[in-house]
Design a binder for this molecule. Structure first.
Ligand SMILES: NC(=O)c1ccc[n+]([C@@H]2O[C@H](COP(=O)([O-])OP(=O)(O)OC[C@H]3O[C@@H](n4cnc5c(N)ncnc54)[C@H](OP(=O)(O)O)[C@@H]3O)[C@@H](O)[C@H]2O)c1
Length: 247
């Protein structure tokens, strides 16, 4: 999950997520001078990322705030967003990025119900709770401006032709529907609601998806060139940094 803040028309951004696409976007937005608010479940990974970013830029130019949050818990999300706002002021950009797929190649009836819940709580509830908290406690609705960027997936467009995608695909379709409807609901404000749909990106996501089975991972990745997390970060930066009038 990522947030971005603007101040005096200069991008001042923040965002969360400890590895993969989230980490790449954090690095990329730090280059733009963004203040970053980084959320994931693992404080140690966030600290590492924060130090890595700070080591590459002038530490006086941006602030990085990290806190361990499970987006499946609306209590944790609300509390963390409230704390951040008290310390740093209102949030200007939310990037919903947390997501996971589990237990490939299990088909839906072969999944453990705990895995179904883990995926839906993260991929569906996580996007809802973060968006709700940022619009309310984060002050975005009150000010009626800024941006929500939801990282969905090309798989949201068409069901992939292999097993173990029912929950992931379904949740990505949910994210698309939520994005579209929220955009319509907020049309009278100056809050932009955007969707970024990566194709296959070489991250921890795909290792976890197949339970860290190297053969299954290699077989899935065979025959095509994947995107890198940095490619997606570049797309996110392009969407967020473009001038208002061209959005
Ligand atoms: N990789 C791809 O091919 C691909 C393609 C299209 C779309 N996407 C989407 O891109 C997004 C990022 O994927 P990725 O490839 O970067 O995955 P990743 O490398 O596995 O990273 C996932 C991030 O989400 C965080 N996270 C997971 N569950 C969380 C929870 N309950 N609460 C808070 N944070 C949580 C993880 O941190 P902690 O473990 O520390 O919590 C981690 O920072 C996802 O929405 C995914 O669906 C990925």
């Amino acid at each position: 999950m990522h947030y971005q803040r603007y101040k005096d028309n200069k991008p001042e951004r923040s965002r969360g997520a400890s590895i993969g696409i989230g980490a790449a976007i954090a690095h990329r937005l730090a280059q733009e001078g963004a203040n970053l608010i980084l959320f994931s479940r693992t404080e140690s990974k966030l600290k590492y990322l924060s130090e890595e970013i700070q080591s590459k830029i002038d530490t006086n130019t941006i602030k990085i705030f990290t806190t361990a949050v499970d987006v499946a818990s609306h209590v944790q999300v609300t509390k963390a967003v409230s704390n951040v706002v008290k310390q740093n002021g209102p949030i200007d950009v939310l990037i919903n990025n947390t997501g996971l797929a589990l237990r490939a190649p299990a088909t839906f009836p072969d999944l453990k119900i705990e895995d179904v819940v883990a995926m839906t709580e993260t991929n569906v509830n996580g996007y809802l709770f973060a968006t709700y908290a940022v619009l309310n406690e984060g002050g975005m609705r009150e000010r009626g401006q800024r941006t929500i960027l939801n990282v969905t997936s090309t798989t949201a467009m068409e069901a992939p032709p292999f097993p173990s995608e029912s929950i992931y695909y379904g949740s990505k379709r949910f994210q698309e529907g939520f994005t579209d409807a929220l955009r319509t609901e907020l049309a009278g404000t100056n809050i932009k609601v955007l969707a970024l749909r990566p194709g296959v990106v070489a991250t921890h996501f795909h290792k976890q998806r197949v339970d860290f089975d190297k053969d299954a991972y290699d077989s899935f990745m065979e025959g095509f060139e994947t995107l890198l997390a940095e490619d997606v970060a570049e797309a996110a930066a392009w969407m967020l940094v473009r001038k208002n009038e061209s959005w």
